[in-house]
Design a protein around this ligand. Structure first.
Ligand SMILES: Cc1cc2nc3c(=O)[nH]c(=O)nc-3n(C[C@H](O)[C@H](O)[C@H](O)COP(=O)(O)OP(=O)(O)OC[C@H]3O[C@@H](n4cnc5c(N)ncnc54)[C@H](O)[C@@H]3O)c2cc1C
Length: 432
């Protein structure tokens, strides 16, 4: 089947990879110039004019994201290298809070709650009995129940130090507005599913390199079409086939934002299909609301040692401030000790297939062949896990810089030498 997938966020990339694996001919169409959607890497300009690649917001994956990890492996990303993994910990800078040991469930949660610092035995027992009740009810609650309502009656300390941080970190929504059912599902999948399901996985590489860019590269290598910078404007059906901006397909999968999906469905020219269900679907998707998430990056020039006791710490919520998190990029492979209340690492080492750039200003990511760039392991401390890379270094070149134009084709070549040579933009995929 010829399948069009609209949107190359993580959902679109995952759908495209799965459809391709199922033997379909995929065309992935993305409006933006870069893939990844809400979980992507952006190039920003520092005050001194130098470019810097940052993620559009810190993302935390958990061990239960098994399918996501499978797709990473499929496209050549090693999750053990690209992600920092640690047992679930919602601890505060003073050391209080919950930190689970690395045990099989439910022993990890039981031991973690029993050992939680700063909680009284009455609070620990209240949490254990509430968790047992949720489990007995099959992690289901009445439709429309909010996280806050679900947790009503728990001691205030638990609401502040466990429920609110968990809700914000897992659902990006405070308990007052978070869906109780989604909250229960996350608890079930993380704490009660299997060993390691609750582990926190923090990206050591830019989000783009974690899945979207290698996914596009994989699709292109396997003969599928990827179009970046191409917004789908119109859907229609003609003689039993879908028309996506007048190009025929056997099936269309909408993986774009809910507002765009609603617009495309509402305006679709499909006389052969009953109108009412399509309109009903569009009316349900359209009003879905979005909330902003703020990310603050702070850099301490010259610092190289980690500043925080852990890679991620929770900050207490107050009446005017929601729960927040602070991350120490130096613990995630970052070059300088860089903290952010909600954002991601720019690693300099530690990724298996990554080539790092030397100290050349502005080149936080290297082209494979720049004379200034070395394979990362040449600069990194000795490691037993050095890659056997097949990247060959080219003869010295005076400079490297991003290509001025964005290729509509994903992946390489996106860097050009002054001489015009097209170079691969090295991220994390295999150079073979
Ligand atoms: C700051 C921040 C922090 C987050 N933290 C976490 C976290 O810790 N853990 C977690 O699991 N999730 C987190 N999320 C949520 C996560 O990023 C999203 O759930 C996920 O990225 C959504 O992916 P998606 O593919 O469904 O949609 P999107 O990422 O929105 O992708 C949709 C894509 O469709 C494209 N598109 C739209 N219209 C069209 C069109 N007409 N034609 C072609 N393309 C179109 C868009 O450009 C976009 O690229 C966070 C989100 C943000 C913003």
């Amino acid at each position: 089947m010829k399948v069009a997938i609209v949107g190359a966020g993580w959902a679109g990339c995952a759908a495209a990879l799965q459809a391709a694996q199922d033997g379909h001919q995929v065309t992935l169409i993305e409006a933006a110039r870069d893939p990844g959607g809400r979980a992507r890497t952006l190039t920003v300009t520092r005050a001194d004019g130098r470019p810097l690649e940052l993620d559009n917001g810190q993302h935390i994956l958990i061990g239960a994201y098994a399918e996501c990890l499978r797709l990473m492996r499929l496209v050549g990303v090693d999750p053990q290298v690209a992600l920092h993994r640690e047992p679930l910990a919602l601890t505060f800078p003073d050391g209080s809070g919950l930190a689970l040991p690395d045990l099989a469930p439910p022993w990890d949660a039981l031991t973690g709650i029993a050992r939680a610092r700063g909680w009284s035995w009455r609070e620990k027992l209240a949490l254990l009995s509430r968790a047992a009740r949720w489990r007995m009810l099959g992690f289901r609650c009445a439709p429309g129940t909010t996280g806050a309502r679900l947790c009503a009656g728990l001691p205030p300390r638990l609401a502040d130090e466990f429920i609110a941080p968990l809700c914000v970190s897992a659902l990006n929504t405070p308990p007052e507005t978070a869906s109780g059912q989604v909250f229960l599902t996350v608890l079930r999948d993380s704490l009660f599913a299997g060993r390691g399901g609750s582990h926190l996985l923090l990206p050591r590489v830019p989000l783009g390199a974690l899945l979207p860019e290698p996914a596009l590269h994989w699709l292109a290598r396997h003969g599928h079409a990827v179009r970046l910078g191409s917004r789908v404007r119109r859907l229609a059906m003609h003689e039993g086939r879908w028309q996506v901006d007048d190009e025929p397909f056997d099936a269309v999968l909408l993986a774009c934002t809910s507002t765009e999906a609603a617009r495309l469905v509402r305006e679709a020219d499909v006389p052969a299909l009953p109108r009412a269900p399509l309109q009903a679907w569009a009316s349900a998707a359209d009003p879905l609301d979005f909330g902003a998430i703020a990310t603050v990056y702070a850099e301490q020039p010259g610092a190289s040692a980690p500043l925080l006791a852990r890679a991620m710490l929770a900050l207490r919520a107050t009446a005017t401030r929601p729960a927040q998190f602070v991350f120490d990029r130096a613990r995630l492979g970052g070059r300088r000790a860089c903290l952010h209340s909600s954002s991601a690492p720019l690693p300099e080492s530690a990724t298996r297939y990554q080539i790092r750039c030397c100290s050349r200003p502005g080149n936080s990511w290297a082209c494979a062949r720049c004379s200034h760039c070395k394979p990362w392991w040449k600069n990194a401390p000795p490691s037993s896990a050095r890659p056997r890379s097949r990247v060959r270094r080219a003869p010295s070149r005076p400079d490297c810089r991003p290509a001025a134009t964005t290729s509509p084709v994903p992946g390489p070549p996106r860097w050009k030498a002054p001489c015009g040579t097209a170079w691969r933009r090295c991220r994390i995929w295999r150079h073979d």
